[in-house]
Design a protein around this ligand. Structure first.
Ligand code: URA
Length: 425
Protein backbone atom coordinates (compact mmCIF):
# COMPACT_ATOMS: atom_id res chain seq x y z
CA UNK A 1 0.00 0.00 0.00
CA UNK A 2 1.16 3.54 -0.69
CA UNK A 3 0.35 6.54 1.50
CA UNK A 4 0.38 8.88 -1.52
CA UNK A 5 -2.36 6.85 -3.20
CA UNK A 6 -4.40 6.89 0.01
CA UNK A 7 -3.96 10.66 0.36
CA UNK A 8 -4.89 11.12 -3.28
CA UNK A 9 -8.10 9.11 -2.76
CA UNK A 10 -9.18 11.22 0.22
CA UNK A 11 -8.21 14.47 -1.50
CA UNK A 12 -10.52 13.51 -4.38
CA UNK A 13 -13.26 12.52 -1.93
CA UNK A 14 -13.24 8.77 -2.52
CA UNK A 15 -14.17 6.23 0.13
CA UNK A 16 -11.22 4.57 1.88
CA UNK A 17 -11.21 0.86 2.65
CA UNK A 18 -10.70 -0.62 6.12
CA UNK A 19 -7.21 -1.78 5.07
CA UNK A 20 -6.23 1.70 3.87
CA UNK A 21 -7.40 3.32 7.11
CA UNK A 22 -5.57 0.67 9.18
CA UNK A 23 -2.44 1.27 7.12
CA UNK A 24 -2.64 5.02 7.77
CA UNK A 25 -3.24 4.77 11.55
CA UNK A 26 -0.70 2.00 12.08
CA UNK A 27 1.94 3.75 9.96
CA UNK A 28 1.43 7.07 11.75
CA UNK A 29 1.69 5.53 15.23
CA UNK A 30 4.81 3.54 14.26
CA UNK A 31 6.45 6.52 12.53
CA UNK A 32 6.57 5.25 8.93
CA UNK A 33 4.01 7.91 7.98
CA UNK A 34 5.29 11.41 8.68
CA UNK A 35 3.51 14.27 10.48
CA UNK A 36 3.19 16.22 7.21
CA UNK A 37 1.46 13.25 5.54
CA UNK A 38 -0.86 12.75 8.51
CA UNK A 39 -1.71 16.45 8.52
CA UNK A 40 -2.55 16.27 4.79
CA UNK A 41 -4.89 13.38 5.65
CA UNK A 42 -6.61 15.16 8.56
CA UNK A 43 -7.05 18.29 6.43
CA UNK A 44 -8.53 16.23 3.56
CA UNK A 45 -10.91 14.60 6.08
CA UNK A 46 -11.83 18.03 7.44
CA UNK A 47 -12.72 19.24 3.97
CA UNK A 48 -14.26 16.12 2.42
CA UNK A 49 -15.53 14.30 5.52
CA UNK A 50 -15.78 10.55 6.04
CA UNK A 51 -18.67 8.17 5.43
CA UNK A 52 -19.99 6.58 8.66
CA UNK A 53 -18.38 3.28 7.68
CA UNK A 54 -14.97 4.96 7.29
CA UNK A 55 -15.40 6.65 10.69
CA UNK A 56 -16.07 3.26 12.28
CA UNK A 57 -12.92 1.84 10.59
CA UNK A 58 -10.91 4.83 11.81
CA UNK A 59 -12.22 4.44 15.37
CA UNK A 60 -11.46 0.73 15.29
CA UNK A 61 -7.89 1.27 14.07
CA UNK A 62 -7.37 3.89 16.79
CA UNK A 63 -8.72 1.59 19.54
CA UNK A 64 -6.37 -1.19 18.37
CA UNK A 65 -3.36 1.16 18.38
CA UNK A 66 -2.97 0.56 22.15
CA UNK A 67 -4.28 -1.30 25.18
CA UNK A 68 -7.91 -1.93 26.01
CA UNK A 69 -8.67 -1.57 29.72
CA UNK A 70 -9.52 -4.89 31.28
CA UNK A 71 -12.32 -4.00 33.67
CA UNK A 72 -13.67 -7.53 33.88
CA UNK A 73 -12.62 -7.72 37.56
CA UNK A 74 -14.89 -4.79 38.40
CA UNK A 75 -18.23 -6.11 39.55
CA UNK A 76 -21.32 -4.22 38.41
CA UNK A 77 -22.41 -1.97 35.56
CA UNK A 78 -19.54 0.21 34.37
CA UNK A 79 -20.60 3.67 33.27
CA UNK A 80 -18.86 6.67 31.78
CA UNK A 81 -19.56 10.22 30.77
CA UNK A 82 -17.67 12.46 28.37
CA UNK A 83 -17.99 16.14 27.65
CA UNK A 84 -16.70 17.57 24.40
CA UNK A 85 -15.20 20.43 26.39
CA UNK A 86 -16.52 23.71 27.68
CA UNK A 87 -15.86 26.63 29.98
CA UNK A 88 -16.73 26.43 33.66
CA UNK A 89 -17.81 22.80 33.22
CA UNK A 90 -17.03 20.89 36.37
CA UNK A 91 -19.80 18.30 36.04
CA UNK A 92 -17.60 15.18 36.36
CA UNK A 93 -16.37 15.97 39.89
CA UNK A 94 -19.97 16.14 41.13
CA UNK A 95 -21.55 13.51 38.89
CA UNK A 96 -19.09 10.62 39.31
CA UNK A 97 -19.59 10.20 43.12
CA UNK A 98 -23.38 10.47 42.72
CA UNK A 99 -23.31 7.59 40.21
CA UNK A 100 -21.19 5.51 42.59
CA UNK A 101 -23.79 6.10 45.34
CA UNK A 102 -26.28 4.30 43.05
CA UNK A 103 -24.05 1.20 42.97
CA UNK A 104 -22.78 1.95 39.46
CA UNK A 105 -19.06 1.58 38.82
CA UNK A 106 -17.09 4.46 37.36
CA UNK A 107 -13.44 4.29 36.22
CA UNK A 108 -13.29 7.61 34.45
CA UNK A 109 -10.29 8.71 32.42
CA UNK A 110 -10.11 12.49 32.24
CA UNK A 111 -7.83 15.06 30.67
CA UNK A 112 -5.91 18.25 31.37
CA UNK A 113 -7.14 21.67 30.30
CA UNK A 114 -5.78 23.03 27.05
CA UNK A 115 -6.73 26.20 25.20
CA UNK A 116 -9.79 27.92 26.65
CA UNK A 117 -11.38 24.76 28.12
CA UNK A 118 -10.57 23.41 31.57
CA UNK A 119 -9.54 19.87 32.50
CA UNK A 120 -10.90 17.72 35.32
CA UNK A 121 -7.44 16.43 36.32
CA UNK A 122 -6.17 19.96 36.97
CA UNK A 123 -9.24 20.70 39.06
CA UNK A 124 -8.68 17.55 41.15
CA UNK A 125 -5.15 18.67 41.97
CA UNK A 126 -6.57 21.14 44.50
CA UNK A 127 -6.61 18.06 46.78
CA UNK A 128 -2.96 18.17 47.81
CA UNK A 129 -1.06 14.93 47.25
CA UNK A 130 -3.66 13.37 44.95
CA UNK A 131 -2.17 10.74 42.62
CA UNK A 132 -4.00 10.74 39.31
CA UNK A 133 -1.91 8.05 37.67
CA UNK A 134 -2.44 4.57 39.04
CA UNK A 135 -1.68 1.07 37.79
CA UNK A 136 -4.61 -0.92 36.44
CA UNK A 137 -4.88 -3.30 39.44
CA UNK A 138 -5.04 -0.34 41.84
CA UNK A 139 -7.76 1.28 39.67
CA UNK A 140 -9.77 -1.93 39.88
CA UNK A 141 -9.32 -2.14 43.68
CA UNK A 142 -10.45 1.47 44.19
CA UNK A 143 -13.51 1.04 41.96
CA UNK A 144 -14.49 -2.20 43.68
CA UNK A 145 -14.11 -0.59 47.13
CA UNK A 146 -15.25 3.01 46.63
CA UNK A 147 -17.31 2.69 43.46
CA UNK A 148 -15.59 5.41 41.49
CA UNK A 149 -12.32 6.95 40.45
CA UNK A 150 -11.24 9.77 38.13
CA UNK A 151 -7.76 9.36 36.69
CA UNK A 152 -5.36 10.29 33.97
CA UNK A 153 -5.59 8.15 30.86
CA UNK A 154 -3.17 5.21 31.14
CA UNK A 155 -0.06 5.66 28.98
CA UNK A 156 -0.93 3.23 26.23
CA UNK A 157 -4.66 3.87 25.87
CA UNK A 158 -5.31 4.93 22.26
CA UNK A 159 -1.81 6.26 21.41
CA UNK A 160 -3.13 7.03 17.91
CA UNK A 161 -5.46 9.65 19.41
CA UNK A 162 -2.65 11.20 21.46
CA UNK A 163 -0.58 11.68 18.27
CA UNK A 164 -3.45 12.68 16.02
CA UNK A 165 -5.02 15.05 18.55
CA UNK A 166 -1.70 16.88 19.10
CA UNK A 167 -1.32 17.19 15.33
CA UNK A 168 -4.91 18.39 14.82
CA UNK A 169 -4.42 20.97 17.55
CA UNK A 170 -1.65 22.69 15.57
CA UNK A 171 -3.04 22.20 12.04
CA UNK A 172 -6.54 23.65 12.50
CA UNK A 173 -8.12 20.25 12.03
CA UNK A 174 -9.82 19.74 15.39
CA UNK A 175 -13.13 20.94 14.00
CA UNK A 176 -14.14 17.87 12.00
CA UNK A 177 -17.15 15.82 13.07
CA UNK A 178 -15.76 12.36 12.05
CA UNK A 179 -12.37 13.19 13.63
CA UNK A 180 -13.98 14.32 16.90
CA UNK A 181 -16.31 11.29 16.92
CA UNK A 182 -13.46 8.82 16.37
CA UNK A 183 -11.26 10.60 18.95
CA UNK A 184 -13.93 10.62 21.66
CA UNK A 185 -15.34 7.15 20.98
CA UNK A 186 -11.98 5.38 20.58
CA UNK A 187 -11.04 6.48 24.12
CA UNK A 188 -14.47 5.62 25.53
CA UNK A 189 -14.54 2.16 23.91
CA UNK A 190 -10.93 1.37 24.88
CA UNK A 191 -11.90 2.28 28.47
CA UNK A 192 -14.35 -0.61 28.17
CA UNK A 193 -17.46 0.69 29.93
CA UNK A 194 -20.98 -0.65 29.34
CA UNK A 195 -22.82 2.68 29.32
CA UNK A 196 -21.55 5.96 27.86
CA UNK A 197 -23.37 9.28 28.04
CA UNK A 198 -21.94 12.15 26.04
CA UNK A 199 -22.38 15.81 26.86
CA UNK A 200 -22.03 17.52 23.49
CA UNK A 201 -21.57 21.24 23.88
CA UNK A 202 -22.81 23.65 21.26
CA UNK A 203 -22.21 27.37 20.92
CA UNK A 204 -19.54 30.06 21.05
CA UNK A 205 -17.43 28.32 23.70
CA UNK A 206 -17.58 24.86 22.07
CA UNK A 207 -16.19 22.99 19.06
CA UNK A 208 -19.70 22.54 17.62
CA UNK A 209 -21.12 25.90 16.68
CA UNK A 210 -24.58 24.82 15.45
CA UNK A 211 -27.24 22.51 16.83
CA UNK A 212 -27.32 20.68 13.50
CA UNK A 213 -23.58 19.84 13.76
CA UNK A 214 -23.98 18.81 17.41
CA UNK A 215 -26.83 16.45 16.45
CA UNK A 216 -24.72 15.01 13.65
CA UNK A 217 -21.80 14.41 16.06
CA UNK A 218 -24.17 12.83 18.61
CA UNK A 219 -25.69 10.39 16.15
CA UNK A 220 -22.30 9.46 14.72
CA UNK A 221 -20.97 8.70 18.24
CA UNK A 222 -24.09 6.63 18.98
CA UNK A 223 -23.65 4.70 15.70
CA UNK A 224 -20.02 3.94 16.63
CA UNK A 225 -21.03 2.90 20.16
CA UNK A 226 -23.69 0.53 18.81
CA UNK A 227 -21.10 -1.13 16.56
CA UNK A 228 -19.33 -2.12 19.82
CA UNK A 229 -22.49 -3.12 21.69
CA UNK A 230 -22.23 -0.14 24.02
CA UNK A 231 -25.28 1.70 25.29
CA UNK A 232 -24.70 5.31 24.29
CA UNK A 233 -26.83 8.42 24.46
CA UNK A 234 -26.01 12.10 24.06
CA UNK A 235 -27.21 15.24 25.77
CA UNK A 236 -26.70 18.39 23.71
CA UNK A 237 -26.13 21.40 25.94
CA UNK A 238 -25.70 25.12 25.42
CA UNK A 239 -22.20 26.60 25.61
CA UNK A 240 -22.98 30.18 24.61
CA UNK A 241 -22.44 31.24 28.18
CA UNK A 242 -20.20 29.70 30.89
CA UNK A 243 -21.89 26.67 32.41
CA UNK A 244 -21.18 27.21 36.08
CA UNK A 245 -20.34 30.27 38.11
CA UNK A 246 -16.57 30.06 37.99
CA UNK A 247 -13.51 29.64 35.82
CA UNK A 248 -10.29 28.48 37.51
CA UNK A 249 -9.36 25.22 39.20
CA UNK A 250 -9.95 25.93 42.91
CA UNK A 251 -13.16 27.82 42.22
CA UNK A 252 -14.56 25.15 39.91
CA UNK A 253 -13.84 22.32 42.34
CA UNK A 254 -15.38 24.46 45.07
CA UNK A 255 -18.50 24.82 42.85
CA UNK A 256 -18.70 21.02 42.47
CA UNK A 257 -18.42 20.62 46.27
CA UNK A 258 -21.10 23.29 46.77
CA UNK A 259 -23.34 21.45 44.31
CA UNK A 260 -22.95 18.30 46.41
CA UNK A 261 -23.88 20.44 49.44
CA UNK A 262 -27.12 21.50 47.74
CA UNK A 263 -26.32 24.63 45.72
CA UNK A 264 -28.58 24.92 42.65
CA UNK A 265 -27.31 26.36 39.34
CA UNK A 266 -27.03 25.57 35.63
CA UNK A 267 -24.32 23.15 36.65
CA UNK A 268 -26.63 21.16 38.93
CA UNK A 269 -29.26 21.08 36.14
CA UNK A 270 -26.77 19.47 33.75
CA UNK A 271 -25.41 17.09 36.38
CA UNK A 272 -29.00 15.96 37.04
CA UNK A 273 -29.76 15.34 33.35
CA UNK A 274 -26.55 13.32 32.91
CA UNK A 275 -27.29 11.38 36.14
CA UNK A 276 -30.79 10.53 34.89
CA UNK A 277 -29.60 9.49 31.41
CA UNK A 278 -26.90 7.21 32.83
CA UNK A 279 -29.30 5.60 35.33
CA UNK A 280 -31.86 5.04 32.55
CA UNK A 281 -29.31 3.36 30.27
CA UNK A 282 -28.15 1.24 33.22
CA UNK A 283 -31.78 0.12 33.69
CA UNK A 284 -32.13 1.73 37.12
CA UNK A 285 -35.73 2.88 37.35
CA UNK A 286 -36.72 5.32 40.08
CA UNK A 287 -37.96 8.85 40.64
CA UNK A 288 -34.69 10.29 39.33
CA UNK A 289 -35.20 13.79 40.73
CA UNK A 290 -36.13 12.50 44.20
CA UNK A 291 -33.12 10.17 44.21
CA UNK A 292 -30.75 12.93 43.06
CA UNK A 293 -32.06 15.29 45.77
CA UNK A 294 -31.79 12.55 48.41
CA UNK A 295 -28.11 11.87 47.63
CA UNK A 296 -27.38 15.56 48.00
CA UNK A 297 -29.50 16.31 51.06
CA UNK A 298 -28.19 13.27 52.94
CA UNK A 299 -24.57 14.25 52.18
CA UNK A 300 -23.94 10.81 50.59
CA UNK A 301 -22.64 12.32 47.34
CA UNK A 302 -20.20 14.59 49.18
CA UNK A 303 -19.00 11.74 51.37
CA UNK A 304 -18.38 9.60 48.27
CA UNK A 305 -16.26 12.35 46.70
CA UNK A 306 -14.19 12.50 49.90
CA UNK A 307 -13.73 8.71 49.84
CA UNK A 308 -12.51 8.89 46.25
CA UNK A 309 -10.02 11.68 47.05
CA UNK A 310 -8.65 9.73 50.03
CA UNK A 311 -8.35 6.53 47.95
CA UNK A 312 -6.16 8.53 45.56
CA UNK A 313 -3.91 9.75 48.43
CA UNK A 314 -5.39 13.26 48.33
CA UNK A 315 -5.83 15.49 51.38
CA UNK A 316 -9.41 16.49 52.27
CA UNK A 317 -8.34 19.94 53.58
CA UNK A 318 -9.71 21.65 50.48
CA UNK A 319 -13.27 20.63 51.43
CA UNK A 320 -13.05 23.16 54.30
CA UNK A 321 -10.93 25.80 52.58
CA UNK A 322 -12.46 29.27 52.48
CA UNK A 323 -11.73 31.02 49.20
CA UNK A 324 -11.40 34.80 49.35
CA UNK A 325 -11.39 37.13 46.33
CA UNK A 326 -8.51 39.58 45.89
CA UNK A 327 -10.60 42.10 43.90
CA UNK A 328 -14.10 42.57 42.55
CA UNK A 329 -15.44 43.75 39.19
CA UNK A 330 -18.46 46.08 39.39
CA UNK A 331 -21.20 47.17 36.97
CA UNK A 332 -20.39 50.44 35.20
CA UNK A 333 -24.10 51.20 34.54
CA UNK A 334 -27.56 49.99 35.40
CA UNK A 335 -28.84 47.31 33.02
CA UNK A 336 -29.02 43.61 32.28
CA UNK A 337 -26.16 41.17 31.78
CA UNK A 338 -26.67 40.70 28.07
CA UNK A 339 -23.81 38.37 27.27
CA UNK A 340 -20.88 36.60 28.97
CA UNK A 341 -18.50 35.32 26.30
CA UNK A 342 -17.33 31.88 27.48
CA UNK A 343 -14.32 31.38 25.24
CA UNK A 344 -12.89 34.82 25.99
CA UNK A 345 -13.43 34.32 29.74
CA UNK A 346 -11.58 31.00 29.55
CA UNK A 347 -8.70 32.64 27.66
CA UNK A 348 -8.52 35.51 30.17
CA UNK A 349 -8.19 33.12 33.14
CA UNK A 350 -5.61 31.16 31.16
CA UNK A 351 -3.55 34.27 30.49
CA UNK A 352 -3.68 35.19 34.18
CA UNK A 353 -1.96 31.87 34.97
CA UNK A 354 -5.08 29.79 35.71
CA UNK A 355 -4.74 27.62 32.60
CA UNK A 356 -2.09 26.48 30.16
CA UNK A 357 -1.14 27.40 26.62
CA UNK A 358 1.22 24.47 26.22
CA UNK A 359 0.79 21.08 27.80
CA UNK A 360 4.04 21.57 29.82
CA UNK A 361 2.84 24.84 31.46
CA UNK A 362 2.19 24.87 35.21
CA UNK A 363 -1.21 26.12 36.36
CA UNK A 364 -1.82 28.40 39.31
CA UNK A 365 -4.77 26.54 40.83
CA UNK A 366 -5.88 29.50 42.92
CA UNK A 367 -6.31 31.94 39.99
CA UNK A 368 -9.88 32.34 38.82
CA UNK A 369 -12.97 34.45 38.23
CA UNK A 370 -16.31 33.80 39.87
CA UNK A 371 -19.43 35.24 38.28
CA UNK A 372 -21.74 36.65 40.92
CA UNK A 373 -24.24 37.67 38.24
CA UNK A 374 -25.35 35.50 35.35
CA UNK A 375 -26.61 36.24 31.86
CA UNK A 376 -30.08 37.84 32.08
CA UNK A 377 -29.57 39.22 35.64
CA UNK A 378 -30.45 42.85 36.34
CA UNK A 379 -27.63 44.94 37.83
CA UNK A 380 -27.34 48.44 39.21
CA UNK A 381 -24.29 50.66 38.80
CA UNK A 382 -21.57 49.69 41.29
CA UNK A 383 -22.98 46.24 42.00
CA UNK A 384 -20.48 43.36 42.06
CA UNK A 385 -20.66 41.29 38.88
CA UNK A 386 -17.59 39.11 39.39
CA UNK A 387 -14.93 38.27 41.97
CA UNK A 388 -11.28 37.96 40.99
CA UNK A 389 -9.17 35.40 42.85
CA UNK A 390 -5.37 35.42 43.23
CA UNK A 391 -4.98 38.05 40.55
CA UNK A 392 -1.87 40.16 40.83
CA UNK A 393 -2.13 43.93 41.10
CA UNK A 394 -0.08 44.42 37.94
CA UNK A 395 -2.70 42.49 35.91
CA UNK A 396 -5.68 44.29 37.37
CA UNK A 397 -6.25 47.14 34.89
CA UNK A 398 -5.92 44.86 31.92
CA UNK A 399 -8.27 42.31 33.54
CA UNK A 400 -10.92 45.00 34.07
CA UNK A 401 -10.56 46.12 30.44
CA UNK A 402 -10.91 42.56 29.20
CA UNK A 403 -13.95 41.99 31.40
CA UNK A 404 -15.60 45.10 29.89
CA UNK A 405 -15.47 43.27 26.55
CA UNK A 406 -16.45 39.86 27.92
CA UNK A 407 -19.38 40.76 30.18
CA UNK A 408 -21.71 42.95 28.16
CA UNK A 409 -24.48 45.08 29.68
CA UNK A 410 -27.59 46.30 27.88
CA UNK A 411 -30.85 48.11 28.62
CA UNK A 412 -32.82 45.14 27.32
CA UNK A 413 -33.09 41.74 28.91
CA UNK A 414 -31.62 39.06 26.63
CA UNK A 415 -33.61 35.99 25.63
CA UNK A 416 -32.10 33.02 27.40
CA UNK A 417 -31.49 29.85 25.38
CA UNK A 418 -32.51 26.60 27.07
CA UNK A 419 -29.59 24.80 28.69
CA UNK A 420 -30.53 21.33 27.45
CA UNK A 421 -31.06 21.58 23.71
CA UNK A 422 -31.70 17.94 22.87
CA UNK A 423 -31.29 14.40 24.14
CA UNK A 424 -30.45 11.78 21.52
CA UNK A 425 -30.90 8.17 22.56
N1 URA B 1 -12.55 15.89 22.72
C1 URA B 1 -11.83 14.80 22.31
O1 URA B 1 -11.54 13.90 23.09
N2 URA B 1 -11.43 14.74 21.03
C2 URA B 1 -11.72 15.70 20.12
O2 URA B 1 -11.33 15.56 18.98
C3 URA B 1 -12.45 16.82 20.55
C4 URA B 1 -12.87 16.89 21.86
Amino acid sequence: MDILEILDKKRTNQKLTKEEINYFVDGYVKGSIADYQASAMTMAICINGLKDEETIYLTDAMIRSGDIMDLSKIKGIKVDKHSTGGVSDTTSIALVPLLACEGLKVAKMSGRGLGHTGGTLDKLEVFTGIKLEQPQDKIIDIVNQVGCVILSQTANLVPADKKLYALRDVTSTVQSIPLIASSVMSKKIASNNDVIVLDIKVGEGAFMKTLEDARHLASLCITIGKAYNKKVSAVITDMNTPLGKSVGCELETNDAINLLKGQKSNLSDIVFVLFKQILKLANINCDYQAEFDRLIQSGEGLQKLKEMVVALNGSTDFFDKELKPAYVYRAKNDGYIYDIKPKELGILVNNLGGGRKNIQDTIDLSVGIRLIKQKGDKVTKGEIIAELYSIQEKDLNNTYKELDNIILLSDTKPTLAPLILDIIE
